[in-house]
Design a protein around this ligand. Sequence first.
Ligand code: CP
Length: 332
Amino acid sequence: MKQFFSVKDIPSLSLAAKSALESKQNPFADEALGKHKTIGLVFLNPSLRTRMSTQKAATNLGMNVMVMNMTSDGWALETKDGVVMDGNTAEHIKEAAAVMGEYCDILGLRSFPGLKDAAEDYSEDLFSKFSKYCGKPVVSLESATRHPLQSFTDLITIMEHSHYQFDQEKAQYIPQGKKPKVVLSWAPHVRALPQAVPNSFAEWMCKAQEEGLVDFVVTHPEGYALNEEFTNGATITTNQDEALVDADFVYVKNWSNYESYGQITCTDSSWMLTLDKLKPTNNAKVMHCLPVRRDLVISSEVLDSDHAIVIQEAGNRVWAAQAVLKEMLKNQ
Ligand code: CP
């Protein structure tokens, strides 16, 4: 694997999930794989889970880890081509990425979208430039439009909390009984947030649905449709109550409007997930990528109940990252 940017970089979800769950059972089985190899984790935005879990995954594989927080510790980066750098930026991504490539065997990059210009954000220009100029395999630690390590984690968390058996002949997981119904449910928020997590979750769940692993439903207020590139194959409804009927998993997430790009056009607090809303579900497990704002996005009573598996989900970030880094190291 030369790049981990989207679900398209994973040939089989079942085999990827199997690898991650094997690492969870035996974290140090591949500790020789990363010996004398270095990963650089480059952050242009804040992070708790991604930083710590990827660092732990790399350490489990025997790698050296360098973390670079560009906003506090690095030179202000210029990412546009052809500009006279007489403003606040001190170093062009062309040199910065190339230099990091000299020090590292694998690089990870986190960069959020500007949420001003959809075409610019959805071009993923920054991630592409970083990959090109560093010349090394790059893991997305969340880009403008996707958060694949989170979505891979979400898949294995759903699988762990459901009933699947691995069929050796078919080399894939088969649901035992009814496939779990997974619902992505929009929630209110006071800040305009990226579409990266819901885009990515939808992209992974649509593929999981194609592979016969889940049934996938998206629910959001009028006007909040995600870019359809990510939701192709999903059942989409603006009726949250209807969507939640018989749900086995409810994945709660706010996103800013894609059509009125980056805007907040709905503040309806009735979209917050509460215990009452969970009544028609199949005793659903509740997921969120975290961080989560209590009693705005999900009620405290839900987060503090047995429905919530957000901590287990965050714990699984290690195993998704470890499966990805294992594949990259095997190709080195
Ligand atoms: N879910 C997630 O990516 O968390 P951080 O932003 O803390 O890394």
